[in-house]
Design a binder for this molecule. Structure first.
Ligand code: C2O
Ligand code: CU
Length: 503
């Protein structure tokens, strides 16, 4: 393992990723931002230079941050905001993890404006290393012509009912080149797929090319073949395809499902302006310049939902103890606050960042030295005495949207999931070889049960990754082993960001 020094220069830039020119936030002049590649165990030292003109933070999605909870990037929870024209150095190890991850801004909805990129951790012991010749990294996303702050302010307007969001106008033409993925006949390719959307779930497929799934959210799995793969926000998959077809061009499809964009005020509704059929091209070396023929797979997959859980089996056995040291359950709903603003509630409490405006960074609630825990709403504490034990969380989803919930600082065992009803059916649990992942879709009107080992003292949020839903408050804070946390030494640069740290 080595230490990798990386610099991220964050600044606004004018760009036209889909042919429509707008201001977006770029990192080192790029959108999507630079990909980080490293080996398992490497130390990443990333200097974030903020020239955005606004505050920001960066989160390393899926990384455990073992012993470095303050580099997890959640403002008001694990760190203070990084002001304009200042630098902040994130410094953490990738020990114990490999696979496909990503990084993204975690303040407001800034990652929609471009602050995101892939983070790939290679592993010399990956059992599939010899099963493919080359690899591609594919980031899928929804893309908007308005800035995230415009979208959010419309969305959070009192009385908003989904009708007043301006749809992308007629200057939305498909005048940018499609992405082309070159392959050579006879070779095998690993595609690392990352859904970096604000709200869009995709169904990904490549015409005529079945995919062998080998990795799910950084966890290596027993391989299985599939033609279409359903991915919700923040989920990742690695698949291997065999370039054994005729030397031609083939459509790569990332299809948006209309069911994922319900016409309700829980989701931004762009109506007919949505391009439901996002495409790219898989092009064999030596193929002519013709457009691919249409030959789409039509296998049924559940839109906006997890890829069938029963297909996903971790490659390495890791059985979890059936002894549960803590169970908590959460009911997810939408409602309105007193001033008629739409809000998301988890057990009747809606998360509000503990700073009320971007300039108000004095109110930092996470303060290990002062021995204070985050204040206010939705805080779940796992006492030190539970360390090493298995905790369980049940999420009941009583509305008609599917919510891709992500846990920071850990992976979890997805032991059960139900389509409908308010009663968990334990007889359907998989306690033998459940999927292990960091983002799972809690079905509309249904429930999800996850279990995880308490082995990472820190402050970790658990939230729906649909960006509008986080902003509406669909987030809980968990504090794991607060006493152990207090014995950790908080780096000076973390303290320096907070004007009242330790007071
Ligand atoms: Cu991708 Cu709170 O995370
Ligand atoms: Cu949600």
């Amino acid at each position: 393992p080595v230490t990798r020094q990386i610099t991220f220069n964050l600044a606004p830039i004018q760009m036209a990723p889909d042919g429509y020119s707008r201001t977006l936030y770029a990192v080192n002049g790029q959108y999507p931002g630079p990909m980080i590649r490293c080996n398992k165990g490497d130390q990443l030292v990333i200097t974030v230079k903020n020239e955005l003109g606004v505050y920001t933070t960066v989160h390393w999605h899926g990384l455990f941050q073992l012993g470095t909870t303050w580099y997890d990037g959640v403002p008001g929870v694990s760190q203070c905001l990084i002001p304009h024209q200042s630098n902040f150095v994130y410094n953490f190890t990738t020990a114990g993890q490999s696979g496909t991850y990503w990084w993204h801004a975690h303040y407001m909805a800034q990652y929609l404006d471009g602050l995101l990129g892939a983070l790939i951790i290679h592993d010399h012991e990956d059992p599939y290393l010899t099963a493919y010749d080359y690899e591609y990294v594919v980031t899928l996303t929804d893309w908007y012509h308005q800035s995230s702050s415009q979208l959010l302010s419309q969305f959070l307007t009192p009385g908003y009912n989904g009708s007043n969001v301006t749809a992308p106008s007629s200057d939305c033409k498909s005048n940018s080149e499609l992405a082309v993925y070159k392959v050579t006949k006879g070779k095998k390719y690993r595609f690392r797929l990352i859904n970096t959307s604000a709200q869009a779930a995709f169904i990904f497929s490549i015409d005529n090319h079945p995919m062998k799934v080998i990795e799910v959210d950084g966890i290596i799995v027993k391989s299985f073949e599939i033609n279409r793969i359903s991915m919700h926000v923040a989920q990742r998959y690695s698949v291997i395809i065999d370039a054994n077809n005729d030397v031609k061009n083939y459509w790569i499809r990332a299809t948006l499902s209309p069911e994922c964009i319900p016409h309700s005020n829980t989701t931004i509704n762009f109506n007919s302006a949505i391009n439901y059929n996002v495409t790219a091209i898989l092009s064999y070396d030596g193929a002519d310049n013709k457009d691919p023929e249409t030959n789409a797979f039509t296998d049924f997959v559940r839109p906006c939902r997890n890829l069938n859980n029963s297909l996903i089996k971790p490659y390495f056995e890791s059985k979890l103890s059936d002894k549960i040291v803590d169970t908590s359950s959460y009911n997810v709903t939408f409602g309105t606050t007193a001033n008629k603003v739409k809000a998301a509630f988890i057990n009747n409490s809606s998360y509000v960042s503990d700073f009320n405006s971007p300039t108000d960074i004095k109110v930092i609630t996470y303060d290990i030295d002062a021995k204070t825990l985050p204040t206010s709403q939705n805080i779940k504490e796992y006492d030190d005495s539970l360390y090493g034990g298995v905790a369980e969380i049940i999420v009941y989803n009583s509305n008609q949207a599917n919510h891709p919930f992500h846990f920071h600082g850990r992976t979890f065992y997805l032991v059960g999931e139900g389509e409908n009803g308010t009663k968990v059916d334990e007889s359907t649990f998989n306690l033998v070889d459940p999927p292990i992942r960091d983002t799972t879709v809690v079905p509309a009107g249904g429930w999800t049960v996850i279990r995880f080992i308490l082995n990472n003292p820190g402050i970790w949020v658990f939230h729906c990754h649909i960006e509008w839903h986080i902003e509406l408050g669909m987030l809980i804070q968990t504090v794991e082993s607060p006493k152990a946390l207090q014995t950790l030494k908080v780096p000076d640069n973390v303290k320096a960001l907070c004007s009242n740290y330790g007071t």
